[in-house]
Design a protein. Structure first.
Length: 154
């Protein structure tokens, strides 16, 4: 299936955030991020033939705590794919487009907290796990690792 990747309004990401990233919980900060509408923040999504949003990711211009000199940096948050469509290429389409867009800017680093079971997905795009990171993310509890992607590397 071919996915159409487009920019989304923050509100268009909330349903998948709630159902996938937040495991249905509405008390977690991943439903609505306080910076969702801040300058420089953008959201991407993949849609199916009917226009339904099936994959999402949000990008925040935030410094990386493990690479403070890598500026400008962008944090990836709330990447999620409709559960029945995981491993269909929708998430890969979003990630590939995001990296393409970021490499066309002056951003030098993309970073995130990734679920342990998603590490292989991110590694396919060149992300590296930050050594010594890992463990449950506060208030969420699921195991995550910190990951970084050098946007200046070929």
């Amino acid at each position: 299936m071919r996915w159409h990747v487009r920019e989304l309004a923050a509100a268009e990401t909330h349903d998948l955030r709630r159902r996938v990233s937040a495991d249905g919980r509405t008390d977690l900060p991943s439903l609505a991020h306080p910076l969702d509408e801040a300058p420089g923040v953008w959201h991407l999504g993949a849609t199916d033939e009917s226009g339904r949003v099936v994959a999402i990711a949000s990008y925040y211009p935030l410094s990386c705590p493990w690479r403070p000199g890598a500026e400008p940096a962008v944090q990836l948050q709330n990447m999620a794919v409709e559960p029945s469509l995981q491993r269909s290429g929708a998430g890969s389409a979003v990630m590939a487009e995001a990296i393409r867009r970021l490499r066309a800017t002056d951003a030098v680093l993309l970073w995130a907290h990734a679920r342990d079971n998603a590490i292989p997905f991110y590694e396919r795009f060149g992300f590296a796990v930050v050594q010594g990171s890992g463990g449950p993310v506060p208030r969420i509890g699921r195991p995550h690792h910190d990951i970084v992607l050098d946007l200046t590397a070929d």
